[in-house]
Design a protein around this ligand. Structure first.
Ligand SMILES: NC(=O)c1ccc[n+]([C@@H]2O[C@H](COP(=O)([O-])OP(=O)(O)OC[C@H]3O[C@@H](n4cnc5c(N)ncnc54)[C@H](OP(=O)(O)O)[C@@H]3O)[C@@H](O)[C@H]2O)c1
Length: 324
């Protein structure tokens, strides 16, 4: 029988309940997959706590995974039993098996493992669009990446460096600083101990950054704005420390005619052609040796609550997976 981690009432990690579920045969346009690896993401925490609203209760947590096709529903021609696939989709990911719309799936190339696939589809695609679409990182750009040793962070630092950027990262500990330096950062700032704005000014000799990628939110705002050169771009893409408080647009003027955006992955892969472009670019980067996926933690799916505790208490580095 299929098992899943469901949330019946939003709340703390104890809200994640591992239990049996009924799985009907795949409907029209759906594919039934047996999952081999599930990605752990901070967004899973937001849904669990209720910061992001799930459409209904109970819901199965989880937003990215990889596995093999078991059966296809009526009308599905692109996928067949035995295909190795991966996906990003809102909710339903923490499960041993599931049905999913075929248009969310991509086929995994032979040399991409299920574990890699399970961290590429949300974390990888997010880094892809942040560095290629939200702002096109080019040689010579100076970029600031907060939480540089996290799941998104280590991939973003590697890729920004490979694109020729000068990469400054912020991290919460010395051990994380070493990791960020080994993954593409030119400079690392311990933002719990040092004033990161002053350090960015020093490092850049007051020239500041072209773009700031901020997934931390509340505690790095408004400092992130002060790290940008005139007409730079503030990319607020997450809230690990809590949401950015409302602010006056004149702040952007005061800091030098800044631009600001609050992007989300859904809007960058809504069209299937965009999803395929992003996935193909990622697979090529991994297979070509440009990106090394730091999968540093693995938990049994039934231990999802412990994985959330570790993620929220900043114990994890790089990507983590759950094993069904
Ligand atoms: N908009 C999108 O499309 C999109 C898509 C995916 C992810 N995201 C966002 O990207 C960010 C990173 O996601 P992730 O899954 O890769 O997580 P992660 O970076 O692995 O974990 C979050 C990190 O944030 C830092 N942090 C700072 N203050 C914190 C606090 N008060 N509590 C917990 N952590 C804190 C910690 O690193 P230090 O100890 O080094 O400070 C922690 O390790 C999240 O904000 C997530 O929502 C956005």
């Amino acid at each position: 029988m299929a098992k899943a981690v469901r949330v019946h009432q939003v709340g703390g990690p104890e809200a994640l309940v591992y239990e049996s579920i009924d799985l009907r045969p795949p409907g029209a346009g759906e594919v039934h997959i047996r999952q081999h690896a599930v990605g752990l993401n901070f967004i899973d925490v937001y849904y669990r706590t209720g910061l992001y609203k799930a459409p209904s209760l109970p819901f199965i947590a989880g937003n990215e995974a990889a596995g093999e096709v078991v059966a296809v529903g009526p009308g599905v021609t692109e996928f067949h039993p035995g295909d190795r696939v991966a996906y990003y989709a809102n909710l339903g990911g923490y499960a041993t098996e599931r049905n999913i719309a075929a248009d969310k799936l991509v086929k995994l190339p032979d040399h991409i493992t299920y574990e890699q696939g399970a961290v590429l589809m949300l974390k990888g695609l997010t880094v892809w669009y942040l560095l290629h679409k939200t702002f096109k990182v080019e040689p010579g750009h100076r970029v600031l990446i907060h939480a540089a040793a996290g799941g998104i962070g280590l991939i973003a630092c590697q890729w920004a460096k490979a694109l020729g950027a000068h990469v400054i990262g912020t991290v919460g500990s010395k051990a994380k600083a070493d990791l960020a330096l080994a993954n593409g950062c030119d400079h690392v700032i311990l933002y719990n101990e040092e004033n990161f704005v002053e350090r960015v000014k020093q490092i850049s000799r007051n020239e500041l950054c072209d773009v700031v990628y901020d997934g931390v939110g509340k505690t790095t705002f408004p400092g992130s704005l002060s790290c940008l050169k005139p007409r730079g771009l503030f990319v607020s893409f997450g809230n690990a420390s809590g949401p950015v408080p409302p602010f006056a647009l004149t702040e952007l003027n005061n800091h030098g005619s800044l631009f600001a955006t609050r992007p989300k992955l859904n809007d960058y892969v809504a069209k299937r052609a965009d999803l395929i472009e992003g996935a193909d670019t990622l697979f090529a980067a991994v297979l070509g040796g440009k990106l090394h996926l730091p999968i540093n933690h693995a938990y049994a799916l039934k231990d999802a609550a412990q994985a959330h505790i570790d993620l929220e208490s900043r114990k994890t580095t790089g990507a983590s997976i759950l094993k069904p």
